[in-house]
Design a protein around this ligand. Structure first.
Ligand code: PLP
Length: 450
């Protein structure tokens, strides 16, 4: 048995895969909130470069990865596919467990796969400065790294609770030359307005997105970058699944179950969607998306048109949502605290291709500790959700010979304060109250789904 299956640099995929033309019912378009009519790329050109907008709306199945992007991805890609045989043994299961280790990237997660591409297309169109939000800090680090490679300025609005919990993420961003502020901040009208009403708010991705968008819209030299949710982000992340397909074939295996954690949906979809054409041709694959019980977008949210941010500045996206003004509690998987879910993932849940599951934070940390002791990698708290889900799948019928593939979306070496709290008994399980979800849902825009 090979523990690791690695590809040579020249075996790295040269094209991304766009799942949108293969989705059986397609995707509902983004809407202009002023008219509730489909929104064309012109309106979005103030905040995104055309190269990315073309990808966002593309109906082409494969899109070439620019050579400049490939050169930077080669710093850590192709990422290894690893057999978690030690975990299998500890679980006493006949299931074979494989994972893609995205924790080997320069900042420790899958996020640079899209950050590098986004920085490239912005640079190509003469943009000088990018703004963004970050939840766990992983996306902010990724964009800081990518902008440093293309000599762009970078401003990161970091959700307050993560800013306080993860000081080293801030240090990493500063090392790459980015300017980081806690969100809500005094630097935007949105931030000031929220701080006036809620001075102690932990912040949310929805608020940080509003601040980053406001900043980008107020300067000609600046555009905005989003780390998840959008079609082009998922497109860039498909390199994970495209590599995995080659590596699983080298191992002589095919996955029966594919698992990922879901924040905005990008790492899960990046691994999963390259398998969708096989699924549609009849291959039996169970796709499992794991989310926290404290932010249960797919399991307790509604499929609806909603804003991506609190200040209602984004187009309306058709997605599972908990409501754009939902502020989740300060759980220790900051990257999973988003009210919405990628339209691509949402469509696949609606079409019953993906099975969503919700998990409590303590069982996830327990799974992460077992993974660290068996496989030697301390996973990010977000990734612990995928691992917990894998353990449930592998032990439900331990005698069943099945192959499980999951995305190790990031390592947790900068998240040790969260592990410390877990060991000190200071973390608690939390189901977001149904009444609070209902309150936030009452503010959804009134647009019917066709
Ligand atoms: C390590 C890690 N995994 C998963 C996620 C969730 O994001 P997504 O669902 O877009 O992959 C994040 C987000 O910050 C993250 O940092």
């Amino acid at each position: 048995m090979n523990k690791k299956i690695v590809l040579r640099d020249d075996e790295m995929p040269t094209q991304w895969y766009n799942v949108v033309p293969d989705l059986p019912k397609g995707l509902r378009p983004p809407l202009d909130p002023a008219t509730n009519l489909p929104m064309g790329p012109e309106k979005l050109a103030a905040v995104f470069p055309m190269g990315l907008l073309e990808q966002e709306m593309s109906s082409q199945r494969f899109i070439d990865i620019p050579l400049e992007v490939m050169e930077i991805l080669k710093i850590w890609r192709p990422s290894p596919l690893v057999r978690a045989n030690n975990l299998e043994k500890a679980l006493n299961t006949k299931a074979k467990i494989f994972f893609k280790n995205e924790g080997v990237s320069p900042v420790g997660s899958h996020k640079p796969n899209s950050a590098v591409a986004q920085a490239y297309y912005n640079k190509r169109e003469g943009v000088k400065r990018l703004t963004t939000e970050t939840g766990a800090g992983q996306w902010g680090c990724a964009l800081s790294f990518a902008t440093s490679k293309f000599n762009l300025e970078c401003k990161v609005y970091m959700v307050r609770v993560s800013y306080d919990q993860k000081p080293y993420r801030k240090s990493i961003m500063q090392t790459f030359g980015a300017n980081v502020v806690a969100s809500p901040s005094q630097e935007t009208a949105t931030g000031r307005g929220i701080l006036e009403k809620m001075p102690d708010t932990p912040g949310s991705l929805g608020i940080a997105i509003s601040e980053a968008l406001e900043d980008a819209a107020s300067r000609d030299d600046t555009k905005y970058a989003l780390g998840s949710v959008l079609n082009h982000v998922i497109l860039h992340q498909t390199i994970i699944g495209l590599e995995a397909k080659k590596q699983m074939a080298l191992a002589g295996e095919y996955p029966d179950v594919i698992v990922g954690c879901c924040g905005g949906g990008s790492n899960f979809a990046g691994l999963a969607v390259p398998y969708v054409p096989d699924f549609l041709e009849g291959k039996k694959i169970r796709f499992v998306g794991a989310e926290p019980a404290s932010c249960p977008t797919l399991t307790a949210g509604l499929l609806a048109y909603d804003f991506g941010d609190v200040a209602q500045t984004t187009p309306l996206l058709c997605m599972y949502t908990l409501g754009h003004d939902f502020i989740p509690p300060g759980i220790h998987a900051g990257g999973l605290r988003y009210h919405g879910m990628a339209p691509i993932v949402s469509a696949m849940v609606e079409e019953k291709i993906i099975t969503p599951v919700k998990l409590q934070q303590l069982e996830c940390f327990q799974a992460g500790v077992l993974f660290a002791k068996t496989e030697g990698i301390i996973p990010a708290p977000e990734t612990c959700h995928a691992i917990r889900s894998v353990i449930i799948e592998a032990t439900r019928e331990p005698e069943k010979p099945q192959t499980i593939l999951f995305n190790l979306s990031g390592h947790g070496l900068i998240d040790m304060a969260s592990y410390d709290k877990y060991f000190a008994g200071q973390l608690h399980d939390y189901d977001y109250p149904e009444e609070a979800i209902a309150r936030s849902m009452a503010n959804l825009p009134k647009v019917s789904l066709s």
